[in-house]
Design a protein. Sequence first.
Length: 185
Amino acid sequence: MKFTKINLIMIAILFAISFSFTSCTKEGPIGPAGTTGTDGVDGENGTDGIDGENGEDGAANVENIDITVTPSQWTYDDLYEVWYYRYNTDKNSNSLVYGYVMSGSGKQAMPYHAKTSYSDEEYTFATNLFDSPSYIELQYVNLESSTTKPTSDVNFYLIIVPPTGSKANVDYSDYNAVMKYYNLN
């Protein structure tokens, strides 16, 4: 059979028509997902950034407690011949406790001894943070007459520093310096 020009054109048109009809059909269902490929190689670490500035020291969990003890709140201990007032607290046995008492010349670190022309007094404190309930005992002794208790209100100030907050470069005998150091305005 001899292919003429017309026959070749007809075959080409037939091919084009059949090809166009088969390529226009709807797509079939999506096939299953392929397997996950292997991870690529990690990139190199970048350079470290610049360190930030140090922040100010905080006063986290440091407490400043004002206590006023009235004459009727004192209890006498015959064995130690001392008047005491117990302030109950839930502080850790390793906490630092700094005690101050108000005198005529301001807040004084305890133990504090005040001798005047009319009295000879001593203020101290003790901690018992191991028992339950734990407490801080504020103590008063009139050295001229141990059975004489204070006749007016006595103002005490306690600063309680948790074990993680103790710092060495502050004058703990100076109440105002301690308040400033721990930001306890």
